[in-house]
Design a protein. Structure first.
Length: 180
């Protein structure tokens, strides 16, 4: 099964980000938008995992101790860079709590999975196939001001991703509450 560790964001923030996607549009680039209901923050992608490894990962994730925290939407950006755009995203600020949780998860799973190298707290809005006019596209992105929508994070989940013809289907394998 294909697994990742993530936390959800509130529906109101997903709806707001859907409006941001509409504001970007798809006339300047070939974009596959993330469906609003699928927008989440991936803390660690595990990939294809055998059931016994998934069970062990769940055991390890249950041991993670971290408190709930607040965060908010930050700036919009692109991966890997402005000369070669493949992903449009919105960051979270402050990111130290999200990065701290990610490091705890990375450390907790180090026996089973490689550590992340360059984690960036972000919500993927869309994946870019090609850009018609890079300067106009970047100008449009830079012209969109992201509202600092605040929300709390009180849990994370081990998620299963099933790839279908209509896109991925996500379902929670297990939820882990954050508590002090």
């Amino acid at each position: 099964m294909r697994l990742f560790v993530a936390f959800d964001i509130p529906d109101s923030v997903k709806e707001y980000l859907s409006g941001v996607q509409e504001g970007i549009g798809d006339d300047l680039a070939g974009i596959t938008w993330v469906k609003p209901e699928h927008i989440h923050l991936t803390l660690k992608f595990l990939g294809e995992v055998q059931p016994h490894i998934a069970e062990k990962a769940g055991e390890m994730l249950r041991k993670i101790s971290s408190g709930p925290f607040g965060t908010s939407l930050g700036k919009m950006g692109v991966f890997p860079n402005e000369n070669y755009i493949r992903v449009v995203w919105v960051g979270l600020e402050p990111d130290e709590y999200t990065v701290g949780l990610q490091k705890l998860i990375d450390e907790g799973l180090k026996e089973l999975f490689k550590k992340e190298r360059d984690f960036k707290a972000h919500l993927t809005l869309g994946r870019i196939k090609h850009v018609e006019n890079r300067e106009k596209f970047l100008s449009r992105l830079n012209g969109i001001k992201i509202e600092r929508r605040k929300f709390g994070v009180d849990s994370f989940k081990l998620m299963r991703s099933t790839l279908t013809r209509d896109g991925p289907v996500y379902d929670a394998v297990e939820e882990f509450k954050l508590r002090k």
